[in-house]
Write a protein that binds this ligand. Structure first.
Ligand SMILES: [Zn+2]
Ligand SMILES: [Zn+2]
Length: 213
């Protein structure tokens, strides 16, 4: 099995966790032995989030999607954003806020769960009044945490250890864009995403009655 960042290996990762006996849980209560907290910070693309959410639903996996209200890449208040939240909920996922420090405005769109975007390590674990901070106890513990940031697992892809039941419990941060759009490096993956984005933008322009002839 090669640890490529694509949806095929993402499926293998989910299956590895399931055959290792893990259960996918939300950020509620304390992590129990055998819990996997699958978390998605959606930095760049709602489309990528939705595609990943569908794959998870096919595997009966539920995850927590943290969405931004201050993104320069997507607009959660647009019809697209509203539909994306509804679809994520329909598929059985939790939806929380991916916040830009220190702004936390939790309205009715969000469960009270927050992750920081590009957090400053000094501040990231502070208590957030009225909400779960995914970077605080009891959910954040370095040996029980893996992140795919910039297409690089700092401590290796966790699929082997998941399959073997090697983690007591685990929080995994997966960025959907990295897996949905393919490329051997983060730079190439981002270019694949931008090419797809260009087609999507042209569609949006047509829908907005812009003459493209
Ligand atoms: Zn792997
Ligand atoms: Zn982020």
């Amino acid at each position: 099995m090669s640890c490529v960042f694509d949806l095929e290996h993402y499926r293998e990762l989910l299956e590895a966790a399931q055959s290792g006996g893990y259960r996918f849980a939300f950020f509620e209560g304390s992590p129990q032995p055998g819990t996997v907290l699958l978390r998605h910070d959606v930095d760049l693309s709602l489309d990528a989030a939705l595609r990943m959410a569908e794959v998870e639903a096919e595997h009966a996996v539920s995850a927590t999607y943290l969405l931004m209200t201050e993104s320069v890449f997507y607009n959660l208040a647009s019809s697209e954003g509203v539909e994306a939240i509804a679809r994520l909920r329909d598929l059985g996922h939790a939806v929380g806020l991916h916040a830009v420090y220190p702004n936390v405005v939790l309205d009715e769109r969000f469960d009270p769960v927050v992750s920081w975007h590009n957090p400053d390590p000094e501040k990231m674990s502070k208590t957030i009044p009225g909400a779960v901070n995914v970077y605080a106890e009891p959910y954040f513990d370095r040996p029980a945490y893996r992140s795919d940031s910039n297409q690089h697992w700092r401590s290796g892809c966790p699929h082997e250890e998941l399959r073997g039941g090697g983690f007591p419990w685990l929080q995994i941060l997966v960025h959907p864009e990295i897996w949905v759009y393919e490329g051997a490096t983060m730079g190439l993956t981002m270019r694949t995403m931008l090419n797809a984005e260009k087609d999507r933008r042209l569609e949006q322009l047509r829908a907005d009655r812009i003459d493209l002839d």
